[in-house]
Write a protein that binds this ligand. Structure first.
Ligand code: FAD
Length: 413
């Protein structure tokens, strides 16, 4: 039998380290065990939204000018359309994943957190967990072991959960970023995210529903981007990952709580995964301080609502290209609307605005499809088809349903 600890965190990625830092701040003895050793890399868009930088600061991790490259907002590009919005307050920052991890590790060391690297956790047992053949007892256990969480499975919280998975590839290029925004290039089958990291480096992450898609294949979809990057020297190998939209009914059982991607996740397109993990860490530490986990469950549900709404909205645009083209044209013509949407997404404006916009988009799409179907019916000889033939009506109804669901999720109805 090993030593006892107050809080044992399984997984020392950003979510685990954030949970450890927040719990330490509440005065707990904290041990973190991770199967890898720092700095731990992972395929990521590497964009820290303004709220993420603020949350890091609250955890005592300061991101300085030398750590990455500031960006002032978000730009969407699709064929000939470009729409952009600036953040209303502080900038976002593009930071290499390994730099972020190293900074969080240093902070954890400085706070007196026990860090056990190269230490995979093999199972849970009674009041503790099994680390390298030893049982470590703990008052509280936090599962922060990522998207494929084994802790979640050991707790029996994996079953019956709806999820949507997409596939990602990330690579760094030795080229000065041409953009002062984080760019999302929309293609037919994928999006490419461009994040400026420094004067010498740019991060590109490709995300698609097709597991076989690689960056090489994507250049056909993004000729402008290909033109900028085809002669740039790659600074890293292509690294794959999955991004999952998943909401768990329950995020704790007994004295064990899940956090970060282990506790459910939003699609990477939201750019909010890290911020969500850091906010969860603070809510979890509050609950531990009160000696109960039910308040964490409630806070977790509340924190997830907004990013999940935007995620669904953006995935709707991914799934229905005609809707996307209309929506992006609308945003390009009305930058103020885009700025308000961005502010709502980042929690700086009312979520009801996001819901109303979701419905508006759904309605626009529905009316556009109905007009098109009507035109098709008029141009066809009588009796040659149904009133709403083919996929048109189905797409329209699907889009409207998804938009209504977004609205219900946001307003809680
Ligand atoms: C392509 C892509 C792009 C993204 N872009 C962004 C972005 O731009 N901005 C943003 O905010 N978010 C982004 N995200 C989301 C973000 O990367 C995740 O939300 C974040 O990594 C979650 O951190 P985590 O600590 O929960 O999981 P992870 O980073 O996966 O860490 C889990 C840790 O647990 C350890 N572990 C696993 N099993 C065990 C075990 N049995 N014992 C011990 N240790 C274990 C692993 O070694 C790992 O270190 C992106 C995600 C993807 C896939």
């Amino acid at each position: 039998m090993g030593e006892a600890t107050g809080v044992l965190v399984i997984g020392g990625g950003p979510a685990g380290l954030a949970a450890a830092l927040a719990a330490r701040k509440k005065g707990f003895d904290v041990t973190v065990a991770d199967g890898a050793k720092p700095p731990i890399d992972k395929a990521c868009g590497e964009g820290l939204m303004p709220g993420t930088v603020t949350a890091l600061r609250e955890l005592g991790v300061a991101i300085g000018p030398g750590d990455g490259q500031a960006f002032r907002g978000i730009r969407f590009l699709d064929a000939g359309t470009s729409a952009e919005a600036s953040f209303s307050g502080v900038s976002g920052v593009g930071v290499r994943r390994t730099v972020l991890h190293q900074k969080m590790v240093e902070r954890a060391e400085g706070c007196g957190i026990t860090l056990l690297w190269n230490t995979p956790v093999a199972g849970l047992c009674g009041d503790g967990a099994i680390l390298g053949g030893t049982v470590v007892k703990s008052r509280w256990i936090i599962g922060a072991d990522g998207i494929h969480s084994r802790v979640r499975r050991w707790m029996g919280l994996d079953g019956n959960v709806r999820q949507e998975m997409r596939f990602a590839q990330r690579r760094h290029y030795g080229v000065k970023a041409w953009t002062d925004c984080m760019e999302i290039h929309w293609g037919q089958k994928a999006q490419a995210y461009v994040t400026p990291l420094s004067n010498e480096e740019t991060c590109v992450a490709l995300i698609s529903r097709d597991p076989r898609m690689r960056l090489e294949d994507a250049w056909r979809e993004f000729p402008k981007l290909a033109g900028r990057l085809c002669h740039a020297e790659p600074h890293s190998a292509e690294r794959g990952a999955v991004t999952v939209t998943r909401r768990l009914g329950q995020v704790y059982r007994g004295n064990i709580a899940l956090t970060g991607d282990a506790s459910g996740s939003v699609d990477a397109i939201t750019g909010e995964g890290l911020c969500l993990s850091f906010r969860q860490a603070m809510a979890l530490a509050d609950a531990l301080g009160n000696g109960e986990l039910e308040s964490y469950q409630r806070a977790h549900r509340r924190l997830a609502r907004r990013p999940h709404t935007t995620g669904r909205l953006l995935l709707l645009l991914d799934r229905y290209p005609p809707l996307r083209k209309r929506a992006l044209r609308g945003l390009a013509e009305d930058p103020e609307l885009f700025a308000r949407l961005l502010a709502a997404h980042l929690g700086e404006a009312s979520p009801r605005f996001l819901a109303a916009t979701s419905l508006r988009l759904g309605w626009q799409f529905l009316t556009a499809r109905i007009e098109r179907v009507k035109d098709e019916c008029v141009s066809k000889p009588p009796g040659s088809g149904l009133l709403f033939p083919g996929s048109g009506a189905r797409d329209a109804v699907g889009a409207e349903r998804s938009a209504s669901a977004c609205c219900a999720a946001t307003t809680g109805r």
